[in-house]
Design a protein around this ligand. Structure first.
Ligand SMILES: Nc1ncnc2c1ncn2[C@@H]1O[C@H](COP(=O)(O)OP(=O)(O)OP(=O)(O)O)[C@@H](O)[C@H]1O
Ligand SMILES: [Mg+2]
Length: 504
């Protein structure tokens, strides 16, 4: 059978009470032993006084008339319990004991000791002068033998009952006091332990409540905490509660961020599927259209209308395939940048890069005004030239696509302290407020871009940001109507463990 495990409270109580009981028992034993010894000594002292007095009295009698009755009769009334034996070479053994008469404790009448009682006393005193003897009908006695000058031996005795009674009384009092003390101790210990263990109970309750919560799906937040009153870190048990609260805070934050990531990922997958569905639907539509046109045409003969519609369809199919290819490539690039791959490091002159970027962009939008401000000396960073080119191209493409004709676009490069800074400024209408919050998120794009058939996918800025951050830089935006600036800020000194290490 399995033994039920003892609770901490029971263990502590058993230990405390066991320890205190042991101490109390040792104290009781030592006290009663010391007191018993003191009382025995006092009795022996009294016995010796009595003996000497009776020896003197006995010596007043000649050995022929020295009997216990005679000697004691000549003395003042003896106190109750006193025992007196005389052993005379002439009169032989005689003994008396003072017995209580009518409950008087101080004086008693003399009663002759029987031969058997005398034999018991003689037997106990065999060879010693002081002994303890248990006498039939009389009880325990302390006896002392002293010789007189006439060769008579006088034996005096005092009852030990009194000592026994007193010791019993004392032990009873000690035992009662000990039991009372232990009960009181048990109560106070139980209360103290219960109060000090209360925080642990609160911890267990909180932990159980959290454990019963469903945490594996949906939006979860752990609101359960150990009450502040039970989580005082200044006490050992309170510290457990405080630590649990800290852990729950941490888990809660982690769960929230995991949930946010999950949502972002779900939205990303949904957006990506949605983006791919449109070109796929259009490819299917055009392919069905041209197939139908071909089937309906008389066999072997294809009129110019069939050729024209098939050509249009194939052109559309090609355009959509290109769009899909671009989208899939963008997604792949983002995934690789997320993993920290893809960047190939070398030295990049941002001034040169800006000039090239502008000359690529300028012919695509002749109705925009283009400006460039670059320093004469190169602004060199350690980075991936191809990817940095993509950043500039994306920013310039945005400035061109999301602004009306006549907008002035200024591309500038400068060195500011330890940073190389590239800015793309335009005086267009500014960022659509609807997209402002999530501008750099994947698939975030303004309505104008969404509405256009050939519009962007909303990945341009997300890719630019991932590339810039891959270079330990920052991509930021300041925008109000007529004044929009995208700023790329890159450290000139390579980051420790960053670009240079990867380049090596
Ligand atoms: N210079 C700008 N002026 C105004 N709006 C801008 C500008 N640059 C970006 N935006 C807004 O930010 C959105 C997101 O830009 P992003 O480059 O990420 O996507 P996109 O240009 O729409 O598509 P993609 O670049 O993938 O072809 C755009 O749809 C547009 O609404
Ligand atoms: Mg774009």
């Amino acid at each position: 059978m399995m033994r039920r495990p003892m609770s901490l409270q029971t263990r502590l109580m058993t230990a405390v009470i066991g320890f205190v009981s042991l101490i109390l028992i040792i104290v009781a034993v030592i006290t009663s032993a010391t007191l018993g010894k003191t009382m025995e000594d006092q009795l022996d002292q009294k016995l010796a006084n009595n003996a000497h007095q009776l020896v003197r009295l006995t010596e007043a009698f000649p050995p022929s008339s020295a009997t216990a009755q005679n000697v004691l009769a000549s003395s003042p009334a003896p106190p109750v319990g006193v025992l007196f034996v005389v052993s005379s070479p002439v009169t032989g053994f005689s003994g008396v004991v003072a017995k209580s008469t009518s409950g008087d404790e101080l004086t008693g009448s003399l009663e002759t000791l029987s031969g058997a009682q005398l034999a018991e006393i003689a037997g106990a005193l065999n060879g010693t002068s002081v002994a303890t003897v248990s006498i039939t009908d009389l009880g325990s006695y302390r006896v002392m033998a002293l010789p007189t000058n006439d060769g008579v031996v006088v034996v005096t005795g005092l009852p030990r009952d009194e000592i026994q009674n007193q010791l019993t009384q004392l032990l009873t009092v000690i035992a009662l006091a000990t039991i009372g003390g232990l009960i009181l101790l048990a109560l106070t210990t139980a209360i103290t332990i219960r109060v000090s263990l209360r925080p642990l109970r609160a911890v267990a309750t909180t932990a159980t409540r959290v454990a019963n919560q469903q945490l594996d799906r949906g939006e979860v937040s752990i609101t359960e905490r150990v009450p502040a009153s039970e989580a005082d870190p200044r006490t050992e048990t309170g510290l457990v509660g405080a630590s649990l609260n800290k852990l729950l805070d941490h888990v809660n934050t982690a769960l929230a961020s995991r949930q946010k990531n999950e949502e972002r990922m779900r939205r990303f997958v949904a957006d990506a599927s949605h983006e791919l569905r449109t070109p796929l639907a259009s490819i299917r539509g055009y392919s069905e259209l041209s197939l139908r046109a071909l089937r309906q045409a008389p066999s072997g003969v294809q009129g110019p209308e069939v050729v024209e519609s098939t050509t249009t369809s194939l052109e559309r199919i090609q355009a959509q395939s290109l769009r899909m290819t671009r989208l899939v490539e963008d997604l792949l690039l983002l995934a690789r940048l997320d993993e920290g791959q893809e960047l190939v490091y070398g030295t990049v002159d941002l001034a040169q890069l800006a000039l090239e970027g502008l000359s690529d962009a300028r012919p695509t939008a002749a109705d925009h005004h283009w400006n460039i401000e670059v320093p004469d000396e190169p602004v060199t960073i350690v980075g991936d030239a191809g990817r940095m080119h993509q950043v500039v191209a994306n920013l310039l493409a945005n400035a061109r696509t999301h602004t009306p004709a006549g907008t002035t676009i200024t591309l500038s490069v400068a060195r500011e302290a330890d940073d190389a800074v590239l800015r793309v400024h335009d005086d267009g209408p500014g960022i659509d407020p609807a997209v402002r919050e999530e501008l750099f998120a994947r698939f975030a794009r303004g309505d104008s871009s969404r509405a256009r058939q050939t519009g962007g996918t909303g990945l341009g800025l997300a890719i630019a940001k991932a590339i810039v951050e891959g270079h330990h830089g920052v991509l930021s935006v300041d925008s109000e109507p007529g004044d929009t600036t995208f700023t790329v800020r890159l450290p000139i000194t390579p980051q420790p463990g960053g670009a240079v290490a990867s380049a090596a």
